[in-house]
Design a protein around this ligand. Structure first.
Ligand code: 5BU
Length: 457
C-alpha cells in the first residue's frame, strides 16, 4: 500500500474527517482524526505497519513501544515485522509497590523507539518519554502516523527528542483536495486553524482575578511568604500574628485545630488581616462530593466562605467539587492539590494531570496549585505543565532540607523558588524558631530575593 492509498483508505473508513468538530478544549476544528478503528481493517493495519517499517528500519533502537491504546497494536505488528522486542507502559500508573510500570523485558539503558498514531502539541509525548526514563529506558525518537501539529517537531526538539512522521496534515489536505474530496474553502480553514495554534504565547492568557489579587499583594508587600499558623490556642495564634503579620503576604489557617475557637476569633482575624494587609487561606482540603463540600465551606460553626478567600481542594472526588464550592459566590478560589509534600502520598502523575485538566476547564475557580518536588528540575517540569497562569504554592519548605517524624519532607527556600514556586508556605520553620519575628523576616527576604532573581531571568 502506498502512502496515498493509505490516506484514501483512512478517509474511506472515516478515520480522517473534514467538517466542523468541537474539541475537548472547546476549540472548533475543521478536521478530526481518529485512528482507533483502523485495527478492524486488516489490510489497512498491515499497510501502515509496512510503511512504518520502511521509515524506521535504519534507525538506532533496541526496543519498540506504542502508546496505548491506539498505537499499541500498530507497534506490535511493526516489532514483529522487524523482529525487535516490544515493551509498553501501563496506561494507569501503579500507585503502589515499586515501579513495574513497564511491561516486557528490556535491559537498563535500552534505547526505545516510540510509536504513536497522532501528534497534536507534543506534550503527551514528552510525558511518555519522561515516564520511560524514570524506568531506565532511553527515549530519543518518536514516530507518528500523522503529524497534525503546528509545531510538534520544535516542541519535541526543545526537550531533546526527534519526531519522525509518516504523513503530515499538509500532505493529507493536498492529496484529498487533488482528488476533489475537500473544497478550496476547507483547505483555507485548515490553514487558518493550524496557524492559530502556533503562537499561544502571544495570546493574552486568562488570569484568575484571585491569582491577580495575590500577585498584586505580593508586589505591594514585597513578600511571597505564606505563614502556616498551626497553633492550637487563640492566645498563641494572635501573639504570633502580632510578631510576623507584617512579613507575610498570606496567612494559612487550620481553623479546626483551635481549641478555644469562639465567635470572637473570626472578627479578630479579619481585623489583623486588614491592619497587616495579608490575605487569608484556610487549608481545609475539601474532598467530598459537591453538595457536601458546599455546606462544609459555607455552613457549620466556621462558615469558611465568610472569611477565607482561598481554600485547598482535593480532586479525588472529581472536578465538579469546584462547582460545589464556588458556584454562585464571588471572591473565592481554590488551590488544587496537584502534588503533596508528604512521603508516600498517593498523588501520582495521572492524578496530577487530571488536576491540570480540571483547572483548564474551570479556570475561574482555580487560582493555583499546591505542589512539591524532589529537586529544582523536578519542580520545573511539574510547573511547565500548568495549563495557564496559575500560581504554584509550595509547603514543605525550610532553611535546610530534611523531613519530620510523620512524613513531612522539606526542600530549601531557594530550591522551591528556583524550581518555580511563587509562594512558599512555612509553618514550623518559623513557629518553632527562638525568635519567630526575626525568622519570618529572614524567610521573607530570602524567598523574595530568589523570586525576583527568577523573574528577571
Ligand atoms: P510545616 O510546619 O512547615 O511542615 O507546615 C506545613 C503546612 O502546610 C501544614 O499546615 C500542612 O498541613 C500544610 N501542607 C503540607 O505540609 N503539605 C502539603 O502537601 C499540603 C499542605 Br497540601
Amino acid at each position: 500500500m502506498t502512502k496515498e492509498q493509505f490516506v484514501l483508505e483512512l478517509a474511506r473508513i472515516g478515520a480522517i474527517k473534514f467538517g466542523s468538530f468541537t474539541l475537548k478544549s472547546g476549540l472548533v476544528s475543521p478536521f478530526y482524526f481518529d485512528l482507533r478503528d483502523m485495527i478492524s481493517f486488516p489490510a489497512i493495519l498491515e499497510g501502515v505497519a509496512d510503511l512504518l517499517v520502511v521509515k524506521i528500519k535504519d534507525m538506532d533502537f533496541d526496543v519498540i513501544t506504542g502508546i496505548p491504546y491506539t498505537a499499541l497494536p500498530i507497534a506490535s505488528l511493526v516489532a514483529s515485522k522487524l523482529q525487535k522486542p516490544l515493551i509498553y507502559m501501563r496506561k494507569e500508573e501503579k500507585a503502589y509497590g515499586t515501579g513495574n510500570n513497564v511491561i516486557g523485558k528490556f535491559a537498563k539503558g535500552a534505547k526505545c523507539l516510540v510509536i504513536d498514531d497522532l501528534i497534536t502539541t507534543g506534550s503527551s509525548k514528552i510525558e511518555t518519554a519522561e515516564g520511560y526514563e524514570k524506568e531506565g529506558v532511553v527515549v530519543k525518537d518518536f514516530v507518528v502516523v500523522i503529524d497534525r501539529s503546528a509545531n510538534g517537531t520544535e516542541e519535541l526538539a526543545k526537550q531533546g527528542y526527534t519526531l519522525h512522521s509518516l504523513i503530515s496534515l499538509d500532505e493529507i489536505v493536498e492529496l484529498l483536495q487533488s482528488k476533489g474530496l475537500i473544497s478550496e474553502e476547507k483547505v483555507q480553514e485548515v490553514e487558518e486553524f493550524t496557524a492559530s495554534l502556533i503562537k499561544p504565547d502571544n495570546k493574552e492568557k486568562y488570569i484568575n482575578p484571585l491569582t491577580q489579587k495575590l500577585l498584586d499583594r505580593m508586589q505591594e508587600k514585597k513578600s511571597n511568604l505564606v505563614l502556616s499558623l498551626d497553633v492550637t490556642t487563640q492566645k498563641e495564634f494572635f501573639d504570633l500574628l502580632d510578631k510576623v503579620g507584617n512579613q507575610i503576604v498570606m496567612l494559612k489557617t487550620h481553623v479546626d485545630i483551635i481549641d478555644d475557637f469562639n465567635d470572637s476569633f473570626i472578627p479578630k482575624l479579619l481585623y489583623y488581616a486588614e491592619q497587616q494587609n495579608f490575605l487569608i487561606f484556610e487549608d481545609r482540603k475539601f474532598a467530598d462530593i459537591g453538595n457536601t463540600v458546599r455546606h462544609q465551606f459555607r455552613n457549620g460553626i466556621y462558615k469558611i466562605a465568610d472569611w477565607a478567600e482561598f481554600v485547598t481542594v482535593h480532586m479525588v472526588a472529581g472536578e465538579l467539587i469546584l462547582k460545589g464550592l464556588f458556584e454562585g459566590i464571588e471572591g473565592h478560589a481554590g488551590f488544587v492539590l496537584a502534588r503533596m509534600s508528604s512521603k508516600g502520598n498517593l498523588l501520582n502523575e495521572t492524578y496530577t494531570r487530571k488536576c491540570f485538566e480540571a483547572a483548564k476547564k474551570y479556570p475561574y475557580w482555580v487560582a493555583g496549585f499546591i505542589g512539591h518536588g524532589s529537586s529544582v528540575e523536578d519542580i520545573k517540569r511539574f510547573k511547565a505543565k500548568f495549563p495557564g497562569n496559575e500560581v504554584l504554592m509550595m509547603p514543605g519548605v525550610k532553611k535546610e532540607s530534611g523531613s519530620d517524624a510523620m512524613g513531612q519532607q522539606y526542600i530549601t527556600i531557594e530550591d522551591a523558588i528556583n524550581g518555580g514556586a511563587d509562594c512558599i508556605i512555612v509553618g514550623r520553620g518559623i513557629l518553632k524558631a527562638e525568635d519567630p519575628k526575626a525568622e519570618a523576616k529572614l524567610y521573607r527576604e530570602r524567598a523574595w530575593k530568589a523570586y525576583e532573581v527568577r523573574k528577571k531571568i
